[in-house]
Design a protein around this ligand. Sequence first.
Ligand code: PDD
Length: 285
Amino acid sequence: MSVVFLNDTYLPMAEAKISPMDRGFLFGDGIYEVVPSYNGEMVGFAPHIDRMNNGLNAVEINLGWSHERWKDVCDILIEKNGAGNLALYLHVSRGADTRRFHAYPEDIEPTVFAFAFEIPPVPVADKTKVVGYKVAASRDLRWERCQIKSTALLGNVMHFQHGYQQGANETLLYNERNELTEASACNAYIVKDGVVITPLLDNQILAGITRHILLDLLRKDGSIPVEERIVTMAEVFDADEVWVTSSSKEVVPVIEIEGKPVGNGEIGDVWLAAQTIYSAGKLNY
Ligand code: PDD
């Protein structure tokens, strides 16, 4: 039975209860994070908490927790749930109100919920071990505030479901100008002539922590050029390699988009080099 954290208490998952008047439940009024942890070591803990604080500030939820306070909760959840391959899910909603009224109430306490769940073993830079993704592609129909990691994920869920129903692992998204944004739960990249290219950070995408770590490590390493710029879907279909990244998956090669092979349909050498660099450097963040 997994042990979870709810409003300063550690308790079995089945005993964790929140009010149906919680604005997280009624409006999706909350912010969340997913932090990976392998054998008790978290990847990107500080940038994950910084991003959560940015999200909380953007929606004016005043929690005021320090990094140390979050670290204690994560460490205790890892200890209580057995350090293996875990993701820590951290969730702050605005809290429970007495009525359903859209405006932010002033005098309620945020609800803080966290739990650990098992994720696949640590990804390795090995073409024979990684499973390439087959993905769908869809017009991005989410809102124009995708930089906020809101718990209101129905738009993402619907896009993911679209791919899932046709047997795809993910759904790549593009805007009304046919420009790649991201995927339903990952950031997206193309590789062309040895250059890694990914959409710029703006309101159309989440500033992924894996993206941040990967781009920083690639730039420091210097062997693979990186560009952040607009990427058209024509470029995506013409790419040598396509990847998606997220915290629990690291760098995943995409081998097929809408039934068409990416490049020669094989897992690419630039992916291998990038995941090697990521694996070697990720614990410094
Ligand atoms: N998803 N874009 C979207 C829309 C995401 O939901 C995520 C993460 C990412 C990648 O961000 P990061 O590298 O910080 O994990 C990009 C999480 C893991 C989820 O919702 O489960």
